[in-house]
Design a protein around this ligand. Sequence first.
Ligand code: SAH
Length: 368
Amino acid sequence: MIECHRPLSLACYLRRLIEANGPLTVARYMNEALNNPRFGYYTTRDPLGSTGDFTTAPEISQLFGELLGAWCIDCWKRLGAPVPVFLVELGPGRGTLLADVWRTAAISPDFRAAVRFCLVEASPILRAKQQQLLSGLCPPPVLSWFSRLADIPDGAILLIANEFFDALPVHQFVASSDGWRERLVDCEPGQTDTFRYVLSAGQTPALALMEDMNKSANLNEVCPAGLSLAYDIGKRVMSFGGAALIIDFITRSSSFTLQAVCGHSRHDPLVNPGTADLACAVNFSVLSKVARTAGAISHGPQGQGAFLESLGIVLRANTLLQSANTEQARMIDAGRRRLTDPDSMGELFQVMAITSGDLVAVPGFDSP
Ligand code: SAH
């Protein structure tokens, strides 16, 4: 990132960057908006929950983390119960999911003794929240924080990435009459710190790299960071054994999917960068392809609703309902429906798994 004389906002910093170097790729814009060390959205706040900007599955209901915990224990047994096993969460938010996994692990003391939670988190504010929640629950040496998957020690892994891939920067392309062009972010002429989309005049580095892929698949949005992460996960499970779950939202439309959310409402992604969450729909078919290229098995994707139902969400909700008061019962039921209903998160969110060759069958998926 370039030197800048005390900009007062991310918009000001981005304007100076564009004035110095020309328009930014959408990927660079997204990365600055989310992760800029001083002004980035995730760097400066806890965005989750009813008081934040958006609510994720583990924040909606404990059912989500409990079922994913049971999934991890089942996969661990199928892997031959390796000790230790690294349970990696990419982008653990407030740590809620891992807290629910830890409680669920009480059903399997051997798993609890073997598991090491590896939290891959960029945001210092969220790291502090995760530490606050989890250090009271999990004894040392269960908890460790990392900046990247590559830093986690060698060994078998279980990995969960819920609403993580959608935050990875994308490049966007447009098929124009003169051939493919990259969509870029430029300053709006004559206005202060406002931005607009423009097209590259010709070739860009990302266009050159993606050209073949674009031609064959007609993709107008590509997430290199997501592709390389899916490849790394595939390589990692093949080297040491393991199973990974990727859960995220999709789109059925073929247009650009970059979206912004602020205070639970849609926001213009180019307005006040750094103050709204930016996310893009995840292309599961390219992630599967890349994981298979690394030699791993890919399972799914399938709807979150069908996945959670096959893991027994109805049964688990009924067990919780037996000891719930009226208000708790209403919350349990509403949470289950929100996670699984087709017109809520049940189909909009999809789940895929990447596993080592010894895990041909995993819970929640038909055999590939
Ligand atoms: N999985 C959580 C939070 C989803 S929000 C949940 O379901 O509630 C996205 C999370 O990914 C946040 O914790 C954010 O700080 C983290 N994150 C985003 N980009 C990241 C990156 N490049 N490296 C590490 N963490 C990142």
